[in-house]
Design a protein around this ligand. Structure first.
Ligand code: PLP
Length: 402
């Protein structure tokens, strides 16, 4: 007799808390593309969708590694020449108390490993609001509840220190700081970093400093690494090739652990245990790390020139458009305008895709202060494309809320 399974296979209930608005909008987009319209994707931070190219010397390094037979497993924490190059880069950024360095499959995996190695059920981790949704997704996966602190729009989207102070509990283990920030494009002041470090010292917190955009400071002012501002505090600095080096598809990220040795040692043993369990990061692509960090940096001049011009165009549109206002982004390639509309920003963004074929992400997908509405623009496209996207967004605002 043949048996047939009858009970459906349910997904874990903790996944109810996983939201990833950036990709969730894909369903609406599919409806539109199925009806024959091309969508302008201002929703995903992938420079390779636009006029940016991975530097050739990095591609050569990976190609050579593949041809040289570097196609087996790599050491779990990464190949030695990449680890040395990352240490060198950390020193150039003024990080003096390096305790460990490891390579992962994108910063996405660094986050996964670092959070999983830290948190027990019932613990909490302070994450920014608005946030980059990966953090809340990983916390949901770990069965750890959200404890978010606000970024202050009226203070250039700097972290709200009073809110952080209020949110620290006896179960708070750490704090995530995204600097330069996604989705707001803000860059933290040194004074802000020092004040956050002070809270970490006082409450025995580890700081996860997501600095994946640290070379994309649009106006050339310096980027201060959290780990340089607070050498004694346990900090894991996240970096990688996806953004600064225009190679998101290679999935190469890393973590740099710093702080007092005695404080971070047991935690780093946990991190390394998880790194060993998942074998290794992509092997041939690790050969691009040294070539990226120590090779020519010329691409950054061109990237920043484009970003400056596209940011300025974005700000001009925001300043000239009724119902829209925006804190000028200073880093990365995101703008996060506030919109004054009589409905949710998710409804606006859905209609924008359906009627104007332009895709941005609604602020409610990142978390925001109650009563506020925003959307995130990725301003990577060329000026002509951006101008037509902004004119379409302006048209919808006028047509819908006249
Ligand atoms: N952290 C931030 C703040 C990001 O914006 C992103 C990607 O957009 C990531 C991490 C993930 O980076 P990766 O491509 O290295 O996984």
């Amino acid at each position: 007799m043949s048996l047939t399974q009858t009970r459906e296979i349910a997904a874990a209930s903790r996944l109810e808390h996983v939201r990833y608005a950036i990709r969730d909008l894909a369903c609406v987009a599919k409806e539109v593309t199925d009806s024959g319209h091309a969508i302008l994707p201002l929703n995903i931070g992938d420079p390779l969708n636009f006029d940016f190219q991975t530097p050739a010397h990095m591609i050569d390094a990976v190609h050579k590694a593949m041809r040289d037979g570097k196609n087996g497993y790599a050491p779990s924490s990464g190949i030695p020449e990449a680890l040395n190059a990352i240490r060198g880069e950390a020193c150039r950024k003024g990080i003096t108390t390096i305790q460990d360095v490891f390579v992962t499959s994108g910063v996405s995996e660094t986050v996964d490993v670092c959070l999983a190695a830290l948190l027990n059920p019932g613990d909490d981790l302070l994450t920014p609001c608005p946030d980059y949704p990966l953090y809340s997704a990983v916390l949901a996966k770990l069965g750890v509840g959200l404890n978010t602190y606000y970024l202050s729009e009226d203070n250039g989207w700097q972290p709200d220190l009073d809110d952080i102070r209020k949110k620290i509990t006896s179960r708070t283990r750490g704090i995530v700081l995204i600097n330069p920030n996604n989705p707001t494009g803000s860059v933290c002041t040194r004074q802000m970093l020092e004040q956050i470090a002070d809270l970490a010292r006082r409450h025995n917190l580890i700081i996860f400093a997501d600095e994946i955009y640290d070379k994309l400071i649009i106006d050339d002012d310096p980027h201060v690494a959290m780990a340089a501002a607070a050498p004694d505090v346990p900090v894991i600095t996240f970096g990688g090739l996806s953004k600064n080096y225009l190679a998101p598809g290679w999935r190469i990220g890393w973590g740099i652990a710093s702080g007092d040795t005695s404080l971070v040692k047991p935690y780093l043993e946990g991190v390394n245990k998880l790194l060993r369990a998942r074998l290794c990061a992509n092997h041939p692509e690790q050969y691009a790390i040294k070539s990226a960090l120590e090779g020519p940096q010329d691409h950054l001049i061109e990237v920043k020139r484009k970003l400056r011009s596209r940011r300025d165009l974005t700000m001009k549109w925001c300043n000239d458009t009724p119902r829209v206002s925006c804190v000028a982004p200073r880093g990365a390639f995101y703008a996060y305008p506030s919109i004054d509309i009589p409905e949710g920003d998710d409804a606006f963004v859905t209609e924008l895709i359906r009627q104007k074929y332009v895709m941005v992400v609604h602020g409610s997908g990142f978390g925001q202060r109650p009563g506020t509405q925003h959307f995130r623009i990725v301003f990577l496209p060329d000026e002509k494309t951006l101008a037509s996207a902004y004119s379409a967004i302006g048209d919808l605002l006028r047509e819908r809320y006249a």
